[in-house]
Design a binder for this molecule. Structure first.
Ligand code: BJW
Length: 313
């Protein structure tokens, strides 16, 4: 390890060891390399369409068949993928800090004299913007994980009057009309200009798309958060409480995210404004001077390496 990187890791590890409260904000870069595209940068296209334009209520309203093909493909790809070392490292940190012994004054483990408050436990929370379910599959404790943008495997009815929601639906294809979406990716982008042309999107009549089993009328949609939609109240509430209650966050790990989407990106700014430190795990150099540590390279390597001492590996 070059000297300057070793010094960066050592200073980060000292901060982590001394931290009481740590937050991780995760984005698509953590799952990059598993066949799951990022939204911006060199990835960001599904066939010839920008992914960011497909992740909108307007796109679904305009052509639910195209948007369902996009999400059917992503559901399939996420199911094929396995959590990587970065997902596992976050899960282990959450498990380890969750398992840290809580001092018990009655059992004599409270070292504080004079009846002062018990030493506070270490706290860790992952806020993920990813919808691929890989944190769960890496055994990340659910109570220390907030899925800000929902999950690909949750289905919701679009009918205003129907509240039907189904979680953990891993069926592929969801309906016969979505058969074949697993193979339909941009071969041109993956293999270069000589590759065969991209598979065109198919026109799928609305009646052939997934429909609500409860009301029988409404079209189902993926349980993800699109631009212009509010994030799940419980997710925002839990994230806000962690950041604003019970003392400030000492350190935020910003992992594989462009930090361009709000309100997720705002948590990093808030932690920093309240005096916390910022560590960025991203091949791209962070803009400005907000990062106290930058770990260039793939987060699936840099994150486990940076957390290794705390994880005892
Ligand atoms: C690697 C790597 C490797 C590569 N290792 N790293 C305040 C100011 C301005 C605007 C707004 C605001 N508040 C709200 C808004 C509007 C809007 C917004 O943020 N717009 C911005 C674009 C300006 N936000 C919303 O609409 C949100 N709703 C909301 O706030 O409701 C209230 C409200 C509405 C309207 C106005 C005001 C208030 C909802 C946001 C929902 C985002 N949804 C999506 C789709 C989810 C479903 C799906 O997956 O299909 O979420 S969009 C997309 O972006 C997805 C991602 O979770 C999200 C973030 O992207 P992410 O994860 O950062 O990925 P990339 O691709 O951007 O970056 C990847 C990074 O990885 C890069 O940096 C690479 O370098 C790096 N990388 N390989 C480590 N190996």
């Amino acid at each position: 390890m070059p000297g300057d990187i070793a010094a960066t890791v050592a200073s980060f590890q000292a901060c982590l060891a001394g931290s009481r409260k740590v937050l991780a904000l995760v984005g698509a870069g953590l799952s990059a390399g598993l066949g799951l595209a990022t939204f911006r940068g060199t990835g960001g296209m599904w066939r010839n369409l920008p992914m960011i334009d497909l992740a909108t209520p307007e796109a679904f309203h305009r052509d639910p068949g195209v948007v369902w093909q996009f999400y059917s493909h992503r559901r399939y790809m996420a199911l094929q993928a396995e959590p990587n070392a970065g997902h596992r490292a976050l899960a282990q940190l959450a498990q380890r800090w969750a398992a840290a012994p809580v001092p018990n004054r009655f059992a004599g483990t409270d070292s504080s004299a004079g009846g002062s408050e018990l030493a506070p436990d270490k706290q860790f929370l992952t806020l993920t913007q990813n919808v691929d379910g890989l944190h769960q599959r890496a055994q990340h404790p659910a109570d220390r994980l907030v899925e800000l943008h929902g999950l690909l495997f949750t289905l919701r009815c679009t009918l205003f009057m129907c509240t039907h929601t189904e979680e953990n639906n891993y069926k592929h294809p969801l309906v016969p009309a979505l058969q074949g979406t697993e193979r339909e990716f941009s071969r041109k982008r993956r293999e270069g200009d000589d590759a065969p042309a991209e598979t065109p999107t198919r026109s799928i009549p609305e009646q052939d798309l997934p429909h609500c089993p409860e009301c029988g009328e409404g079209l189902l949609r993926p349980g993800v958060v699109w631009f212009g939609e509010t994030l799940p109240f419980r997710a925002i509430d839990k994230a806000d409480r962690f950041v604003h209650e019970g003392g400030g966050v000492d350190l935020v790990l910003v992992v594989g995210t462009s930090g361009t989407v709000w309100p997720a990106a705002g948590y990093v700014e808030t932690v920093r404004a309240l005096g916390g430190k910022v560590a960025v795990f991203n091949p791209e150099q962070p803009e400005g001077d907000y990062a106290d540590w930058w770990f260039p390279g793939s987060a699936l390597e840099t994150l486990p390496a940076a957390l290794a001492r705390e994880l005892g590996v």
